[in-house]
Design a protein around this ligand. Structure first.
Ligand code: TRP
Length: 335
């Protein structure tokens, strides 16, 4: 039997999960947790770069935990933990920083963007974000990292830092992790604003969040961008309309989709009807998530148990790595 891949991925504790996240990253995670040794963590160390207040930080962490559990991450299958519960990460980050160079860190796209957007807070944590991310990954000697396009450069640096450590100490210790993606098999979820994909940065009305209550979903869907309707039979759908159909395909029954498709092709479609149907089907689709979110949200005891269990497992793996690293570097044994 081929031994399992060790997977690591971090989740930034910002914002609610929307349908786009669910059908994107989340479905990936759900698949992976079935077949691999997965480590999914909430990246709360990373979030310090923006200086959150303690109360906000805790609130965001809890919200992310609740929503990811509600969406199906299973603490019995994957190791789910908080990054800051594994202080060994900070130690490995320190080691890696000794071999991370100002020039290469300054060249990172996300750093340049952040520095431009928040010139008043260009802190060292922002600069060394890629070394912290590398530490997150190699602390479990991971082989696979599910990442989106925006994180590819960070993963490339992780590979560089892992190789550099191996070379520096003439060891073959860290595996060189690779990107993991079911990208092609996934539906890209469009937003409601007529173009592009669903995302929270595109404005509040563009995304449907799993926590949105039915009233909010109806309002957002009814306001979705459409047009004056087709003028010829079997006309190609413009992007905004195709987007509504793509969403319908995701949450509605096939006969509903083909009903509206026929209506469109015959030029007697009423977008108001389509949107009403889409809203109701979205509400039905997201209902179980909302219920689980509500349940989990009030179950502090269970959430604590999940975090404790994750911390214990993740820490055992991290400490093994640090034990080895300290020995390789020439430090005393303390773990
Ligand atoms: N940088 C990632 C993001 O912005 C989050 C992250 C932190 C991460 N550490 C990681 C992702 C390790 C994968 C592996 O989304």
């Amino acid at each position: 039997m081929k031994h399992k891949d060790i997977v690591v991925s971090g989740i930034r504790p910002t914002g609610n999960l929307h349908l786009g996240n669910y059908f994107g990253a989340m479905k990936n995670f759900l698949k992976m947790q079935e077949t691999n040794e997965c480590n999914f963590f909430i990246a709360d160390y990373h979030s310090l770069t923006t200086h959150p207040k303690p109360g906000d930080l805790q609130g965001n962490v809890k919200q992310v935990l609740v929503e990811y559990l509600a969406a199906g991450l299973d603490p019995e299958k994957a190791t789910l933990y908080l990054q800051s519960d594994i202080p060994e990460t900070a130690e490995l980050y320190l080691f890696l920083n000794m071999n991370a160079y100002l020039g290469e860190l300054q060249k990172v796209t996300t750093f340049k963007e952040k520095a431009r957007k928040q010139p008043e807070n260009v802190n060292a944590g922002l600069l060394t974000y890629p070394t912290l991310m590398a530490a997150d990954i190699i602390i479990h000697r991971a082989t696979k990292v599910p990442v989106g396009k925006d994180q590819e450069q960070h993963l490339e640096m992780t590979r560089t830092f892992a190789r550099r450590f191996n070379r520096m100490y003439k060891v073959d210790y860290f595996p060189i992790p690779t990107a993991y993606n079911f990208g092609e098999q996934l539906v890209k979820i469009p937003g409601l604003d007529g173009s592009g994909k669903m995302g929270k940065s595109e404005g509040e009305g563009n995304a449907v969040f799993l926590v949105d209550d039915p009233k909010v979903i109806r309002k957002k869907v009814m306001r979705a961008v459409s047009d004056a309707g087709p003028t010829e039979m079997n006309q190609k759908k413009p992007e905004a309309i195709q987007n509504l159909f793509t969403l319908l395909e995701v949450v509605s029954k096939p006969d509903v989709v083909s009903y509206f498709d026929d209506q469109y092709n015959n030029c007697n479609i009423r977008y108001g009807d389509l949107k009403k149907q889409l809203a109701e089907d979205m509400i039905a689709y997201t209902e179980p998530f909302r219920e689980r979110i509500k349940e989990l949200d009030s179950n502090e005891e269970y959430l604590k148990k999940v975090m404790d269990m994750g911390a214990e497992k993740a820490r055992a793996s991290a400490q093994q790595t640090l034990r080895d690293c300290r020995e390789i570097i020439g430090f005393r044994k303390i773990y």
